[in-house]
Design a protein around this ligand. Structure first.
Ligand SMILES: C[S@@+](CC[C@H](N)C(=O)[O-])C[C@H]1O[C@@H](n2cnc3c(N)ncnc32)[C@H](O)[C@@H]1O
Length: 206
């Protein structure tokens, strides 16, 4: 079993019902790049959507690999890379089963987790951990999508599923990951939601 079926996402891209898409690179990725915190390396972008961040990373000298799920989204990413003469790539694969040929130095996780049903989060976090080199890190944007039926009645609603920071602490355990202290960057996603931006590093000895 995977998350939402590929045809769910395919239809969203075909009908351009992509309200989460900024039509531009995320301001938080730009902030991390421009501060020098995120340096060129081999980086995965799971659930890369239209590919804005894959293109930005490729433009800045990263070996950027998008992992897409639907042909429509992957075509957008490829078109963006081709139009700008960039060397990044997009692989069509399910993030819950994908295995890279070579490990990554870093992962840029922008709202792919929130697209997966929470039943898959432990597996997804395990996947990301396995894709990385020993001192790898995740640059994460965790979607904050609170809904009254979720907070008061326990209904699991989405996508986008709410990435509560306590749940994030549970799946990206502090035994494996160095957690920065809050407050975290708050990045507006649409009129109804925002993301928390933070950098998780694997402990050096692991
Ligand atoms: C909310 S969108 C975010 C897209 C992009 N990261 C952005 O911020 O604009 C979620 C993305 O995850 C992809 N996705 C969902 N489930 C996936 C899976 N199991 N494997 C790979 N990609 C998946 C969807 O196709 C979609 O592009």
């Amino acid at each position: 079993m995977t998350g939402s079926p590929t045809n769910f996402w395919q239809e969203r891209f075909e009908k351009k019902q992509t309200g989460w898409d900024r039509d531009a690179t995320s301001p938080q990725l730009l902030a991390w790049l421009e501060s020098g915190a995120l340096q060129p390396c081999r980086i995965a972008v799971p659930g890369c959507g239209s590919g804005w961040e894959v293109a930005e990373l490729a433009r800045r000298g990263f070996e950027a690999i998008g992992i897409g799920y639907t042909p429509a989204a992957d075509e957008w990413t490829r078109a963006l890379l081709t139009a700008q003469g960039l060397s990044g790539d997009v692989v069509q694969a399910d993030v819950l089963t994908y295995q890279p040929g070579k490990p990554f130095d870093a992962i840029y996780e922008q709202t792919c987790l929130c697209a997966l049903h929470p039943d898959h989060w432990v597996n997804y976090a395990r996947q990301l951990r396995q894709w990385l080199k020993p001192r790898g890190s995740i640059w994460a944007l965790f979607m904050q999508m609170t809904r009254p039926e979720s907070t008061s009645e326990g209904v699991i609603a989405g996508p986008a599923y709410h990435c509560d920071i306590n749940a994030m602490r549970a799946i990206f355990s502090a035994q494996d990951w160095v957690w920065p202290k809050p407050p975290y960057a708050k990045v507006l996603n649409s009129n109804v939601s925002y993301e928390l931006g933070l950098h998780l590093m694997l402990h050096q000895e692991r």
